[in-house]
Design a protein around this ligand. Structure first.
Ligand code: ATP
Ligand code: MG
Length: 200
């Protein structure tokens, strides 16, 4: 019985390997990719920082620009600022419902985008993370077309990650890899405060 099961499994895996190997052989391009992490579930920014760790492990150089967020006491900033190959910019003014000042939010977003453009034109930067960029489109701080044009004109080997809820359709269309984090449940709903090391 268990021999039969083992045999069935092994022959299924042999067929699967053929299919997987054929797909791997087809994926022969090597180039920079545009990733989008969107959706209402937790994990968008932290997944981007996971990729950052992965890239640094390969000796890559990276730049992180945080829009909206204004706090500089996050665990990720504390950790990644110690890394020589990372440029880190916190360029937000805080949540829109805290600032209640669209002009100020707009100026901050434009300044962040100007900084982003420097990295998007720099072939020495292998990875650019634009954390919470999607809000710039939602609130009309940045022109999506201009942002997509800058992405398209970036150095061919450079990877870009955009995070934030409600990614606009054209951004999703332009991206190579899009992940939607779905909210199943969040501790905050049960009254748990934002915990250091988990939420920031
Ligand atoms: P993280 O930075 O933990 O990966 P995120 O980038 O997916 O989260 P954001 O929308 O940027 O989520 O929100 C930032 C903060 O809000 C984080 O502290 C995160 O844990 C928390 N958060 C994310 N999703 C939810 C949610 N559905 N309900 C309550 N808090 C959330
Ligand atoms: Mg986030």
């Amino acid at each position: 019985m268990s021999d039969e099961r083992n045999q069935r499994h092994n022959s299924r895996m042999a067929r699967k390997k053929e299919v997987v190997d054929a797909k791997i052989a087809q994926a022969s391009q090597e180039r920079g990719v545009l990733l989008v992490h969107t959706g209402n579930g937790k994990g968008k920014s932290s997944a981007a920082f996971g990729v950052l760790a992965r890239a640094l492990g390969h000796g890559h150089s990276a730049a992180v620009i945080q829009l909206v967020k204004s706090r500089s006491d996050t665990g990720e900033e504390g950790f990644f600022r110690q890394q020589p190959n990372v440029k880190w910019h916190v360029m937000g003014e805080g949540f829109t419902w805290e600032t209640q000042d669209r002009e100020k939010d707009l100026r901050a977003a434009r300044a962040a985008w100007e900084q982003a453009c420097v990295y998007l034109a720099d072939p020495a930067i292998d990875l650019v993370i634009l954390d919470e960029l999607t809000y710039a489109f939602k609130y009309g701080w940045l022109e999506l077309d201009a942002v997509l044009a800058a992405f398209a004109a970036r150095p061919p080997h450079q990877h870009v990650i955009v995070t934030g809820r409600a990614a606009p359709e054209a951004l999703v269309a332009a991206a190579d890899t899009v992940t939607e984090m779905g909210m199943v449940k969040h501790a905050f709903q049960a009254g748990v405060a934002a915990m250091p090391g988990i939420e920031f």
